[in-house]
Design a protein around this ligand. Structure first.
Ligand code: GLU
Length: 266
């Protein structure tokens, strides 16, 4: 995202001269990430630093696009605002457990996928009534605004679960603990982080492929191709495996470390 601090006259002069301004020193890349998904995108309230697999992938991509740590700015983008933030160009990229879907592709250009997650279901540790997605019929599930996950249950599979609209995944866990909902059904990478250190259990019955893409403003094809080249390198040089192991080795998940088939930028 270019935030040039130029006096108007200087900007006009450069524009008239047809000078290329970039990449100028004051250029920065603004990347949308999650703030409440441990293991993927988490903002440390004390240090104000983001960390997790998505954040680390974002840093690696930025580096390969020519943006070192001092020129990368992270911005919290909950599921409900991702398309709007890209459309408004408040962010250049989104790396935030963002599944590529046909509907989203009409509004967003996606690089990747950089990982294929699978939807599973998290319940309270002592709840034996839910063994797979079909058991969610009649149950209250977390419906995070802007997320695809609850639709996979109710709309795609026609399971009569009641979605309880909730702004973020962090709030879903508060509601599960408080008994206000019965289950959180979403991507296994998210659930692994949410379950850690809690009295909660993943039922281990995956039922979708969630192709995690890098979101770009619709039509930003040149940068999308550059991101795909970066992702290829990140897999080829072992970085992806290192990051996946770093964040998910102890999760019990069977993580895949080969590069997914790219969808192609459009
Ligand atoms: N991957 C799903 C989605 O993009 C669920 C996770 C999320 O909301 O970020 O909707």
């Amino acid at each position: 995202m270019r935030r040039l601090v130029l006096a108007p006259a200087a900007a006009v002069a450069l524009a008239v001269a047809g000078c290329s301004l970039g990449p100028a020193n004051d250029d920065e890349l603004v990347i949308g990430v999650k703030a409440d998904q441990p293991g993927l995108g988490l903002l440390d309230a004390r240090t104000k630093k983001y960390d997790g697999f998505d954040v680390a992938m974002a840093r690696e991509i930025a580096k390969r696009l020519g943006y070192g740590p001092g020129r990368v700015v992270f911005r919290t983008t909950p599921s409900s605002v991702r398309e709007a933030e890209l459309k408004a160009r408040n962010v250049d990229l989104i790396v935030a457990s963002y599944s590529i879907t046909p509907k989203r592709k009409t509004q967003v250009t996606f690089a990747g996928p950089y990982y294929v997650a699978h939807q599973d279901t998290l319940v309270r540790a002592d709840d034996r009534s839910i063994g797979d997605v079909r058991d969610l019929a009649g149950k209250r599930i977390c419906a995070v605004t802007g997320s695809n996950s609850w639709r996979r249950v109710t709309e795609e599979r026609g399971i009569a679960a009641r979605g309880v609209e909730t702004p973020t995944y962090g709030k879903c866990m508060d509601r599960l603990d408080a008994g206000e909902i019965d289950a959180v059904s979403t991507d296994d990478l998210i659930l692994a982080g949410l379950a850690a250190g809690r009295r909660a259990r993943i039922v281990n019955a995956p039922f979708t492929d969630e192709k995690y893409g890098i979101g770009l403003p619709k039509g930003d094809l040149a940068r999308c191709e550059a991101v795909n080249r970066a992702l290829t390198e990140i897999y080829q040089d072992g970085t992806a495996t290192r990051l996946l192991h770093r964040w998910f080795r102890d999760s019990g998940l069977n993580v895949t470390t080969h590069v997914p088939q790219f969808e192609g930028c459009s």
